[in-house]
Design a protein around this ligand. Structure first.
Ligand SMILES: Cc1cc2nc3c(=O)[nH]c(=O)nc-3n(C[C@H](O)[C@H](O)[C@H](O)COP(=O)(O)OP(=O)(O)OC[C@H]3O[C@@H](n4cnc5c(N)ncnc54)[C@H](O)[C@@H]3O)c2cc1C
Ligand SMILES: *[C@@H]1O[C@H](CO)[C@@H](O)[C@H](O)[C@H]1NC(C)=O
Ligand SMILES: *[C@@H]1O[C@H](CO)[C@@H](O)[C@H](O)[C@H]1NC(C)=O
Ligand SMILES: *[C@@H]1O[C@H](CO)[C@@H](O)[C@H](O)[C@H]1NC(C)=O
Ligand SMILES: *[C@@H]1O[C@H](CO)[C@@H](O)[C@H](O)[C@H]1NC(C)=O
Ligand SMILES: *[C@@H]1O[C@H](CO)[C@@H](O)[C@H](O)[C@H]1NC(C)=O
Ligand SMILES: *[C@@H]1O[C@H](CO)[C@@H](O)[C@H](O)[C@H]1NC(C)=O
Ligand SMILES: CC(=O)N[C@H]1CO[C@H](CO)[C@@H](O)[C@@H]1O
Length: 586
């Protein structure tokens, strides 16, 4: 993948005048709160922001990473790929992946206020109605259904016009969007005219899987359409920029502690109290100091699908034998913790092209001009997320496999269409494939008793036959798409990495040698019905059998969303905040 030339400074300015935002552990004097929220990522920022709307609640939000303010790599949408392997990324890697013959895959996670919403690719998809209706079915709680969750999409969303000022009638369905929520959503800010136009011509020509869809966020996630992004006014809209604005962090009852890592939860010393069973949070600053913070009402874990189970393992939650093997004393028997890790594998398929738009990231003169334009007016190529057009398709209806997804409105694979995204020499176009209906299940575990050691991340990509078949089907459909007449005089040939891979075996070798992750980890602390003997949290997101502890983040998804998951994380967090408020204000 491309890298930025070295001319960029990481930060434009260091935030100042922040009221209840503490840069270092010892800046915060207070030790007792009503709620302690662990992890200031997508979900954690929502929960802390919403809970602090209740003036009586004292809320502490603890984030391991630094502030998002002035971080240019996070603000500029087109730099989304370039923020990985910086101080804003946890820099994880997977275990050697079996299908990839032992290859290890880099595994980015946001380490910054806003979490992964501050470093992700910003593609906004709600998923399909079938995803949410399956959640309702398998948890026995109709509150998770599409219809009941729909108001939360609107509550989260502030749909805004793109910054190029064009008329976007016909590019989205205005009737299904929210206009006065928190997270800004927009269709592309900058068109790649030659490329975008051909994408839709190819869709019209090919139909079937590629049929144009007016708005892929209407509950049916199928066909070809304009990408919508979590960006507005030409800048990234993360959970930090939207839910933790200066106005919000000025609230006297909200305390945001940065650069502080939570290592463990500790059991309450007073078992007869009405407070949480695990009421203390052990936190380490950037130096070597540690502190204990206490919650009198609830501790809410929002450290993400990797971070939340990691903290729980080190606190003695999990399967006893696994904990003992890592040198940890088991306290709470929770065998499902860390099981069922699910993610979407990612695969770049390149096609050599001619007459493409110039690539700003490959030419430092163009980049400087584009950055100047972005700074002046938030327009131009840098105002855009890395893709303008997406295709969502399904395995053929006569496939030998049962539907791996939640139902007919959900896709099995995605083609993220972009210029010069892949590894081959320029100019080229790329279909970045994501297998969005994975049936492979991995694990998150630990192999040490030191909470500062990385957890062991095994997404077990492509370990089921249907996932591999979906991979082959997606590559064949990428070829079909870029083989359309619409691309004559533009796409020249398939890129050298995949060219000539025709048989199943040849395709499998290409996939195995090249797949990466879409960074959508989920389901490591899955919801299950109340009383079930598997799962980690109940449908109200309370950890089974434990008083005063909830998990609110991507780890609770009983099944991964067959689409990009951030919107789902936002609505999970919005609903969770309502449930918590209800429990403590009625
Ligand atoms: C590179 C990348 C690209 C992506 N692209 C997209 C996309 O285009 N569209 C989309 O919908 N989704 C995308 N995603 C996924 C999406 O961003 C995540 O699903 C979502 O952010 C998960 O939200 P979360 O709250 O569960 O976790 P996160 O947003 O990751 O937040 C977890 C937070 O907890 C903090 N934390 C972790 N451990 C600790 C600890 N011990 N102490 C204190 N704090 C801690 C982290 O630093 C982080 O801020 C992408 C993700 C990545 C990484
Ligand atoms: C991730 O790696 C980069 C590059 O090596 C490094 O600068 C950064 O500090 C690392 N991130 C963290 C959170 O340690
Ligand atoms: C945008 O285009 C639509 C249909 O083409 C038209 O009805 C509408 O008036 C236009 N809006 C503006 C602001 O020009
Ligand atoms: C969404 O829109 C498409 C047309 O673009 C339509 O076929 C589909 O039925 C709609 N889905 C829902 C759930 O309304
Ligand atoms: C994993 O998820 C499945 C449902 O997809 C469930 O039946 C199973 O019990 C889960 N495994 C564990 C260990 O919780
Ligand atoms: C970079 O772009 C500028 C402006 O379009 C052009 O003059 C120059 O030749 C390009 N440089 C390279 C190396 O392509
Ligand atoms: C533990 O896991 C980490 C992360 O996967 C790995 O780097 C390390 O080598 C493992 N250590 C042992 C002792 O297995
Ligand atoms: C960075 C930091 O806080 N370092 C401290 C670690 O602990 C020693 C001894 O207590 C202090 O002297 C350091 O300042």
């Amino acid at each position: 993948m491309r890298t930025l030339p070295g001319l960029l400074i990481l930060t434009t300015f260091i935030g100042s005048g922040l009221c209840a935002v503490y840069q270092q552990l010892n800046d915060l004097k207070q030790e007792h709160f009503d709620f302690v929220v662990v992890g200031g990522g997508a979900a954690g920022a929502v929960v802390a922001s919403r809970l602090s709307e209740v003036k009586d609640f004292q809320v502490l939000l603890i984030e391991a990473g630094p502030s998002n303010e002035g971080v240019l790599l996070s603000e500029v949408p087109f730099f989304a790929f370039d923020i990985q392997n910086t101080p804003y990324d946890w820099n994880f890697t997977t275990t050697p992946q079996k299908f990839a013959d032992g290859r290890v895959i880099p595994y980015a996670r946001g380490h910054i206020l806003g979490g992964s919403s501050a470093i992700n690719l910003m593609v906004y998809t709600r998923g399909s109605l079938d995803d949410f209706n399956r959640w309702a079915r398998v948890t026995g709680d109709s509150g998770w259904s599409w219809d009941e969750m729909f108001p939360y999409f609107l509550k989260n969303e502030r749909f805004v016009q793109p910054t190029d000022g064009r008329n976007i009638t016909g590019d989205f369905d205005p009737s299904i969007h929210g206009y006065d929520g928190m997270t800004q959503i927009s269709v592309p800010n900058h068109l790649q005219k030659l490329f975008d136009m051909r994408c839709f011509e190819a869709a019209d020509e090919l139909r079937g899987n590629f049929e144009f869809t007016l708005d892929m966020n209407n509950g049916t996630l199928l066909g070809t359409g304009w990408a919508q992004g979590t960006n507005g006014g030409g800048s990234r809209s993360s959970s930090a920029t939207s839910y933790l604005t200066r106005e919000i962090t000025r609230r006297k009852n909200l305390h945001v502690l940065l650069n502080t890592r939570v290592t463990r939860l500790r059991r309450s010393e007073d078992s007869s109290s009405n407070g949480p069973e695990f009421d203390s949070v052990e936190a380490f600053g950037d130096g070597n100091g540690s502190r204990i913070f206490q919650a009198s009402k609830e501790v809410i874990l929002s450290a993400g699908a990797i971070g939340s189970p990691h903290i729980l393992f080190h606190s003695g939650f999990g399967e006893a034998q696994e904990l003992q093997a890592a040198g940890i004393t088991p306290l709470v028997d929770l065998p499902s913790l860390g099981k069922n890790l699910t993610d979407h594998p990612f695969l770049l398929v390149d096609f050599m092209a001619e007459n493409t738009e110039p690539n700003v990231l490959a030419n430092s003169t163009l980049l400087e001009d584009a950055l100047e334009e972005w700074k002046n007016s938030k327009t131009g190529p840098l105002a855009d997320i890395p893709t303008n057009n997406l295709v969502w398709g399904r395995l053929p209806s006569d496939s030998a496999f049962d539907d791996p997804g939640p139902g007919p409105n959900a896709p099995h694979w995605e083609l993220i269409l972009a210029l010069n995204l892949g590894p081959t020499p320029e100019p080229h176009v790329t279909a970045a494939i994501s297998i969005v209906s994975p049936t492979s299940r991995g694990t998150l575990t630990i192999n040490s008793s030191d909470p500062f050691d990385s957890p062991v991340i095994d997404p077990a990509f492509f370990t089921t036959a249907v996932d591999v078949e979906a991979g082959r089907d997606a590559v064949r459909n990428a070829r079909k798409f870029f083989g359309a007449k619409a691309w004559e005089g533009y796409v020249v040939s398939e890129g050298p990495l995949s060219k000539g891979a025709e048989s199943d075996e040849e395709l499998d070798a290409f996939i195995a040698g090249n797949f990466l992750t879409t960074w959508h980890s989920s389901s490591t602390a899955m919801m299950s019905p109340k009383g079930a003997d598997y799962g980690v949290v109940d449908p109200d997101l309370k950890v089974k059998g434990i008083k005063g502890l909830r998990i609110v983040d991507a780890s609770i998804m009983p099944y991964i969303i067959n689409g990009h998951p951030l919107a789902a994380v936002y609505v999970i967090a919005e609903r969770a905040a309502d449930m918590i408020k209800q429990d403590w204000t009625s």
